[in-house]
Design a protein around this ligand. Structure first.
Ligand code: NAD
Ligand code: DGY
Length: 386
């Protein structure tokens, strides 16, 4: 028998019971649910990562939908429990859903939502911040100042890398990878090389147009190249940022052999998922190559780091905060709530999950649709004509 989990209840007499495994930013998401006759229960347990047993206790005997987090293991056990409780809807408050076994959700007829689009620019901005911070050794220099070690300007003090005119490499040029590429190209006039399974046509057009604009002004233009292999990006780029999804094809995409092909003074940034990089191999590479630098938002076994990483001066490390801007986190909460609400109410699926603005408007009711359901096709859910 699972032990009870502490909760906060909104609209106790609501017809539909929706559970959120965490408190989420803002209150708009709560009102969107209670205005549509939902009783909302928010888990208030102090523990950061809930276990499967905790979530089973939260689901209880009657539950229409759950809003969950990327730290939770949404597999067969939880989808079976949700289905037994009469639930048909689950949404991650995240765009990545590698913590969800979608086949298990399909088996129990549960829709799986995610939150694309609203976090694209915020996440890309953090990747750009990590790129700059690593290139200009900002964390090392900050620690040096605070330690009272600065005793005057020196020609060699914290010399780093200039970005202008260098090449930025993007692996996974989807929404976030493309936004990051645009920032680095436009902001720092870097050339672009990218690798993706699909052609990033809009990104290519953007870089072409920006290159022409610079040329017309008598400035050095920028260029792009779509690499035919990932290794080409690793060999040629000065700054490489990882933005693919995490699946079998991207697990340990960056390993010992591939690190060895990168430039000795390259910068590697990871704002995708930790297991995309073999972190043990990375620590070894950082030790052997002091001029090689990394910026990491994600780690292989979060919340832990592999031994030695925290001691590396050539690593900038932050705790999975890439989407952490107020607007974005409130937006993610809204999208997750609307995914669950839409499925409960029998709404169709929004036609373009990249165009989520109508769901985020504070001053107008959201469209009667589920913003983004990743298994809509498998479940045969209808698509909205809006
Ligand atoms: N650190 C964070 O807080 C944070 C925030 C948002 C997203 N993310 C991660 O970023 C990922 C990407 O998000 P997105 O919105 O850009 O998704 P997206 O689907 O738009 O982009 C992913 C891209 O990766 C490409 N891809 C897939 N397999 C590949 C492979 N083997 N090699 C190269 N490219 C491959 C896809 O073709 C796609 O273009 C998410 O799945 C999530 O895991 C992390
Ligand atoms: O996938 C995601 O959305 C992130 O990791 C958290 O924003």
């Amino acid at each position: 028998m699972a032990k009870p989990v502490s909760i906060e209840v909104w609209n106790p007499n609501g017809k539909y019971r929706v559970v959120s495994t965490k408190s989420m930013p803002g209150t708009r998401w709560i009102y969107l649910l209670i205005e549509q006759d939902c009783r909302v229960e928010i888990c208030t347990e102090k523990k950061t990562i809930l276990s499967v047993e905790d979530i089973i206790a939260l689901i209880g005997h009657k539950c229409d939908g759950v809003i969950g987090q990327l730290t939770e293991d949404w597999g067969e056990t939880l989808f079976a429990a949700l289905s037994r409780a009469g639930g048909t809807a689950f949404s991650n408050m995240a765009v990545g859903y590698n913590n969800v076994d979608v086949n298990a959700a399909n088996k129990y007829g549960v829709a799986v939502g995610n939150t694309p689009g609203v976090l694209t620019e915020t996440t890309a901005e953090l990747a750009a911040s990590l790129s700059l911070t690593a290139a200009r050794r900002i964390v090392e220099a900050d620690e040096f100042m605070r330690a009272g070690l600065y005793d005057g300007w020196l020609p060699h003090l914290f010399v780093g890398n200039l970005l202008k005119g260098q090449t930025v490499g993007v692996i996974g040029a989807g929404r976030i990878g493309s936004a990051y590429a645009r920032m680095m190209v436009e902001g720092f006039k870097m050339n672009l090389i990218y690798y993706d399974l699909y052609q990033a046509t809009r990104l290519e057009k953007f870089v072409t147009a920006y290159g022409e604009f610079l040329k017309a002004r008598g400035e050095q233009p920028v260029y792009w190249k779509r690499a035919s292999t990932m290794d080409e990006v690793l060999r040629e780029a000065d700054v490489i940022s990882l933005h693919p999804i995490l699946d079998k094809t991207t697990y340990h995409l960056i390993n010992k052999e591939r690190l060895a092909t990168m430039k000795k003074e390259a910068i590697l940034v990871n704002c995708s998922r930790g297991p995309v990089v073999d972190e043990v191999a990375l620590v070894e590479h950082l030790k052997q190559n002091p001029m090689f630098r990394v910026g990491l938002d994600v780690f292989e076994d979060e919340p832990f780091m592999k031994p030695g990483l925290a001691e590396m001066k050539n690593a900038v490390i932050v705790p999975h905060i890439a989407s952490a801007s107020k607007w974005t986190r409130e937006g993610m909460a809204k999208l997750a709530a609307l995914n669950v609400l839409g499925k409960i109410k029998g709404y169709p699926i929004w036609g373009d999950p990249n165009r989520v603005e109508p769901f985020l408007n504070e001053n107008a009711p959201p469209p009667a649709a589920c913003p983004s359901i990743v298994n809509a096709k498998a479940l045969g859910l209808p698509v909205s004509k809006l």
